[in-house]
Design a protein around this ligand. Sequence first.
Ligand code: PHE
Length: 520
Amino acid sequence: MVSLKPVTTSVLKALKAASGIDAASLAKQLGQDYAVIMGAVNELASQDLGYFKEEESTEIALTDEGLGYAMNHLPESRLFKLLCDMKAKQVELNALRDKAKSALGMDDKLFFLSLGHLKQARWTSQAKVGEAVQVIVLKQEYEDKPEEQLLSLIAGSGGGLDVRDVPADLKAYVEGLKRRTLVIEKKYTKRSLHLTEKGKKLDTSKVSALDEVAHLTTEMITTGSWKEAKLKAYDVSKPGAHLNAGKIHPLIEIINKVREIFFSMGFTEIRGPIVESAFYNFDALYQPQDHPAREMHDTFYLSTPAAARLPPEKYMKAVAEVHEDGGNTGSTGWGYKWNREIATQTIMRTHTTATTVRQLGKAIEEGARLPLKVFSIDRVFRNEKVDFKHLAEFMQVEGIVIGERLSLADLRGTLVEFYTKLGFEQVITRPGFFPYTEPSLEISVFSKELGKWMEIGGSGIFRPEVCTPWGIKEPVRVLAWGQGLERIAMLRLKRNDIRDLYKNPLSWLRRAPYPRSGGR
Ligand code: PHE
């Protein structure tokens, strides 16, 4: 004995008469919602009585303008009819234009557009006779354009005409109407409904009505009839609907985590300008003024503002001395004439070391208690060609420690603690080079994800040439390290294309897990 909901029985009956009908048409035929029909089909499927097939199809629908013309003829047809009514073989263009305006209410734009269509269809032509342009009628009598047949066919389809139902002799006109934005093409999935062999054989008079209630209605509650109803049991094994609720972006999550690690190590966050002076980005970091990294292909130079605000004169002078002959640092300097104008140029910050180095002057001037530990997580800019590994705008994570008698062992200890907290169990450092640190260490971590060592950042102890101009002298030293953020993010988030972090592919973001608590 088969029992089905009444609506499902009516779908079953309808399918016996019209197997293969699409769900939307059946919904219209039975005066039901699409979702109700699909619910019924699912009920049929659960008893192996019916099923649906999906196919992609394309429909042509009228735009508002197209609908107007479907009812009222195309403007060129109306113009041609007017010409025919004038019963002349040729009409002067300006006279026709005036007539079109008075009789048809056509403005100049529509008039010339329509005339163009008539010429194209070779229903009229034009010739200059003396001073005047004559419109010459080529076609004997008025008839509807094939485009109009197509428009009324689409209008009659009730919402959209399946491209496969366009008659062969009208197919050629679809493109033209699309170009005139009188019709648009819509792609969608059609669901055709079918009965199984079992469904076809089933005698509908033997189907009993299923009196199980799946949804309580207001009426059932107010009349109290729900008390007698047989409620449908919950199937707790079925997955619930997937919710795409808002969440914190995975990259922000990682930034929050890194920030949290710095806090746990006693660091304070600082931020600095994105539009920087060449002075802080390069000169203060003892990079000679002809250093290749300053060149146009790496650094974005700005024309506005044209000049940067610079620190008080005594610091400028001290930095100039260090570059020229080492000043009182014991260094020989770079041995060239330092140029203030070059230092005044404005650029987009190329590294966050431009931000951390600003702390050196502050630390002494404000008499900060040492050790002073600060960090920055911020945007930097380099003129790179963007590809799966490179961005022209990216983030750097950077920390410095200013304190007495700090050593390379302190730097290594700090790095190991930081990277271990970030989830890298093995950290190695190797000698490296940066113009502003001595010694310098390159940092590599072992990536469990990739099963190999990865070079991740740079570090070192700021050179006396960097420290002295700001009044930082032995035994106070400055440890510094920095690295890109996106590399870490790509590993953690398993993205192979760095651009994903900013392009935000929805399918990935929807799958990304929700934060464990409070976004951290
Ligand atoms: N500024 C360096 C970079 O952009 C990283 C670094 C920071 C190196 C601090 C040494 C000390 O790659």
